[in-house]
Each structure stands twice: as C-alpha cells, then as structure tokens.
Design a protein around this ligand. Structure first.
Ligand code: IMP
Ligand code: MG
Length: 176
C-alpha cells in the first residue's frame, strides 16, 4: 500500500510480471520489424520507463524519439489534446511504432495517428503497456499490448497521479 498525495494505492502488477511481459513484446516486435528499421515514438511523460525497458530488449536496428502531448488532469482525461513537444524527425516512408504507457479513452492515440498520417509514413503500429478496453471511446487497435486492465485509475512505472508516482517500479491501482 502506498499513499500518494491524498490517495491510497495498492499493487496491481508487480515488477517481475511487467519485465517478463515487456520481454515478450520486444521479442514479437523484433520478429515483426527485423530489417524494417522502425522508429519508436514515445509519448511523454508517461511512456519513458516502458520505452526504456522495451528498447533494452530489442535486438533489431531501430531509432527512437519522443513527442509530448497533454490531455490528462489529475484523475480523468480532459478530452482536449495539446501538443507540447512536436516531432522533428522526417518520418516519410518510415515504420512508426507509437509507444504509450496507457490507452484509456483512445483520444490521445487517435490524435497522434491523425497527426502522423499526412507525413507519408510507411506504417503505424501501437505499443502500450496498459489498455483499459472498457474506457475506449474511439476504436484503437493496440498491436502490442502489455496488459488489459479494468476501468480504474492506476499509477507507477511512468504513470502519474498529478505528477507523482512515476518512479514507482510497479503498477498500482487506486484503492476503492
Ligand atoms: P486517453 O487519451 O484517454 O486514451 O488517455 C491517455 C493518457 O491519459 C495516457 O497517456 C496517460 O497519460 C493518461 N492516463 C489514462 N489513464 C490513466 C491512469 O489510470 N493513470 C494515469 N494516467 C492515465
Ligand atoms: Mg501519457
């Protein structure tokens, strides 16, 4: 159990389970993108830990970059997306893998996909550590999904509550 600001959180997914699953996802991505020189686009801030561990397990030639968008205020998604750091890389003819900590309503991901499409990329795939299938408002296909979870607020392993808790090395869920 852990208290972050005014809320109490309990463990949902432990370190070992996260690392094992990331290794599996990395193996699958290495197979699917061998020889394709993909570029991973991490969505800041939440994806930094997942992207880091994922990259360490990849054996293929690849590149990475980040973009930063803002949509979430404390415990619920605001729905409006703001671009805070854009994409500098030339993505024409590149295989892009968007890396997220979590897909919740799907609005952020839909916005990013819309932004990438005019850039004449070769392909777009999505890797997300977590997915809340019951919260999806826009149909989004997560090609490489770590774990499907219930529609509850989680933090840790990059995910935050009001900016805190990102450093916790496991996924914790808000205690009801
Ligand atoms: P969406 O646009 O509703 O899919 O929200 C995606 C973004 O909201 C993610 O990149 C996260 O930063 C944030 N988010 C969604 N659910 C949670 C949660 O349970 N805990 C912390 N952040 C979350
Ligand atoms: Mg995020």
């Amino acid at each position: 159990m852990k208290t972050i600001k005014d809320k109490t959180f309990v463990r949902l997914i432990d370190k070992q389970k996260i690392q094992k699953r990331i290794q599996e996802l990395a193996d699958k991505i290495s197979k699917d993108f061998d020889g394709k020189n993909p570029i991973f686009l991490g969505v800041l801030n939440g994806s930094f830990m997942f992207l880091s561990d994922l990259m360490k397990n990849l054996e293929i030639e690849c590149q990475m970059s980040f973009l930063k968008v803002n949509s979430y205020k404390q415990l619920s998604s605001s729905g409006t997306i703001k671009e805070l750091i854009g994409i500098n890389e030339d993505l024409e003819n590149r295989h892009v893998i968007i890396v997220e900590d979590i897909v919740d309503s799907g609005r952020t991901m839909a916005w990013i996909i819309n932004t990438l499409e005019p850039k004449k990329v070769a392909s777009i795939h999505i890797a997300s550590l977590l997915l809340k299938p019951k919260a999806l408002q826009i149909p989004i296909k997560v090609d490489y999904c770590g774990f499907e979870i219930e529609n509850d607020f989680v933090l840790g392993y990059g995910l935050d509550y009001d900016g805190y808790g990102r450093n916790i090395p496991e996924i914790m869920v808000l205690k009801s």
